[in-house]
Design a protein around this ligand. Structure first.
Ligand code: HSE
Length: 300
């Protein structure tokens, strides 16, 4: 079995109304090198705090689940992880590790599983499909649940649009941010999100920024998460007033994304940082292109 190098992008999920369904791939990458070894182990370069280094590491769990789904056995490997995806910021760092494990194991075994099956395995390990679909496929992805697991479709993101990403200094666990969600929603709120999610897809297909501005609102998760990310409203309002089409929590938060036309994006990022500081939240904002490529596997 040959060594492999897998690169997986960060993802911003939900994008407002697409709770557990939409994701954008971003050019912050997790890089994994996998080599045959006597025992499974993971070396985490950079900031290893809190990341398991044994068989409970998400990359390893996902790699073993992939092999089991293929009915094959994967000999133990040593994995070196280098990542520029900050953890606990709603940027899909766990999805990147899971997709990394799935893609690496599948490549090492000669590709027995198709993309849809890999998505199902990754989604089962992660618990929701949006981030893993974006990490696997790149671009803008939407996923829908079916009885046989999630189906994902990838759409190109308008090339004249940028993502302005504010990443707070402090982290928030996805479990905590999911625990505050109400167990059920009203019909009004369900209809609100249904219409907004459909409009968001149309806005992306047509590169219609005005429609995106109407579409990028949510009633299923952001209202409940406001108490965990109190600066969200100020940051989003500042982004819109500086020319962003819309703004939303990135995944479960606490990062915030805004989508803006290229020429306004630097100003939007700057005001997001200022508004956050004014609301007592430190962090950094930057301008990113959506990453077209999803996860890739090749020899190191
Ligand atoms: N859709 C998930 C959530 C994304 O909002 O909880 C987690 O990053």
């Amino acid at each position: 079995m040959i060594p492999l190098r897998v690169r997986v992008p960060a993802t911003a999920a939900n994008i407002g109304p697409g709770f557990d369904s939409f994701a954008l791939a971003l050019p912050l990458l997790a890089d994994f090198e996998m080599r045959p070894a006597r025992l499974w182990s993971v070396t985490v370069e950079g900031d290893p705090a809190g990341i398991p280094t044994g068989e409970d590491n998400l990359f390893v769990v996902a790699a073993c689940a992939t092999a089991a789904t293929a009915g094959r056995s994967l000999p133990p490997q040593h994995v070196t992880q280098r990542s520029t995806i900050p953890t606990g910021r709603g940027l899909g760092s766990s999805a990147a590790a899971i997709v990394g494990g799935c893609v690496a194991a599948n490549a090492a075994l000669g590709g027995p599983l198709d993309r849809r099956t890999l998505l199902r395995v990754a989604s089962d390990v992660e618990g929701h499909p949006d981030n893993v679909a974006g990490a696997l496929q790149g671009g803008f992805t939407l996923t829908l649940p079916t009885e046989d697991g999630p189906v994902a479709t990838r759409l190109p993101f308008p090339s004249a649009w940028r993502v302005c990403l504010f990443v707070p200094s402090r982290s928030l666990s996805t479990d905590e941010a999911r625990a505050v969600l109400p167990p059920s929603v009203s019909r009004d709120d369900a209809v609100f999100n249904l219409a907004h999610a459909a409009a968001l897809v149309a806005a992306i297909l047509r590169a219609d920024g005005a429609l995106l501005g109407f579409a990028m609102h949510d009633r299923l998760h952001e209202p409940a998460r406001l108490r965990l990310v109190p600066a969200l409203e100020e940051i989003a309002a500042a982004a819109r007033s500086a020319g962003a089409f819309g703004a939303a929590l990135s995944g479960a938060g606490p990062s915030v994304i805004a989508v803006a036309p290229v020429r306004l994006a630097p100003r939007v990022a700057a005001v997001m940082e200022e508004a956050a500081a004014g609301a007592g939240t430190s962090g950094r904002a930057r301008v990113l292109r959506v990453r077209t490529a999803g996860a890739t596997a090749q020899p190191p």
